[in-house]
Ligand binder design. Sequence first.
Ligand code: UD1
Length: 347
Amino acid sequence: MNILLTGGAGYIGSHTFIALREAGFEPVILDNFSNSHPVVLERLEQITGRPATLERGDVLDTAWVQDVLRRHEPAGVVHFAGDKAVGESVANPLKYFHNNISGAVSLLRAMDAVYASVSAPTSADPPTLVFSSSATVYGDPATVPITEDFSLSHTNPYGHSKLVIEEMLTSLRLASPAWRVGVLRYFNPAGAHPSGLIGEDPADIPNNLMPYVTQVAVGMRPHVNVFGNDYATPDGTGVRDFIHVQDLAAGHVAALQALLSKGESFTVNLGTGRGVSVLEVIRAVEHASGRPIPHVFAPRRAGDVAQCYADPSLAKRLLGWEAKRSLDEMCADAWRWQSSNPNGYRG
Ligand code: UD1
């Protein structure tokens, strides 16, 4: 059973590729390598023992995406492709509205056209989509843990783009009930495949905590700036729900299996339910790497919230999925990837 992964060469897409193959699916990668590297395909072949199928191009090219769908006839599509740097989205919102929102519209139109002939509610083969959303859609949550019925908002154009796409998917399902849509709201993905062959490979200075900390551990950067130590949290630093990318990948397999077998759409949090502070992450990477990680306290980063962690019980109830891996495992795997690939896929 083919599954199309837009952005399948990226960080979460590549880990999901492996999980899907292990579960008996045949994933096809669609990617334009705007924020990923073709070397990932060699690594995926090394890990899974078989070459990966690639369609190189852009989701914005609706006619080409239609052609890809017709040729591979995927039973489902996982839409990872999109830009994800918060700061860049504030500086260049049109890039995010175009690539993320127009990109999603293009994919949905292509799917709608290709599956139109089989999109009656009674059909055995309706359009099936898993969408990579984010906990960013909760804006500044009033309390934690966060359940899916919390109010939604956005604090930057990146978050806005995720929210607009979620709303578009709701409208689409209302208009065309045959669509089966799984919206996955990721918390903070971290870690890497245990082989150390694939992992997160930020093109520039990392914005996110884990890659920054591992780059300090490997000596690429002098110290970690801890953004704020005066939050109302146990140690004063920000608290987040770091989830192992392998658990996240398993969540996509569970989501696809649920959509394909039960046919009901859903929106779920993918998190561990456990809040971990910035200082706890630094200590855990020190432990994993056996190296001291210098850090300095810096002012709060604009737009950050004190605490953000999931109530993941809906995903367990609907998908039978829960995160299994610990923070130590996440840091050990992130460190293995970072130390054996200091420059990521660029060698
Ligand atoms: C960020 C985005 C979120 C996006 C997610 C993608 C913001 C406000 N939110 O989440 O929309 O979906 O990335 O993975 O940018 N920190 C430091 N020093 C650093 C980097 C981070 O102290 O060098 C702290 C932050 O202040 C925060 C925590 O570490 O308290 C996690 O930060 P980060 O990894 O950037 O994730 P989020 O901000 O939670």
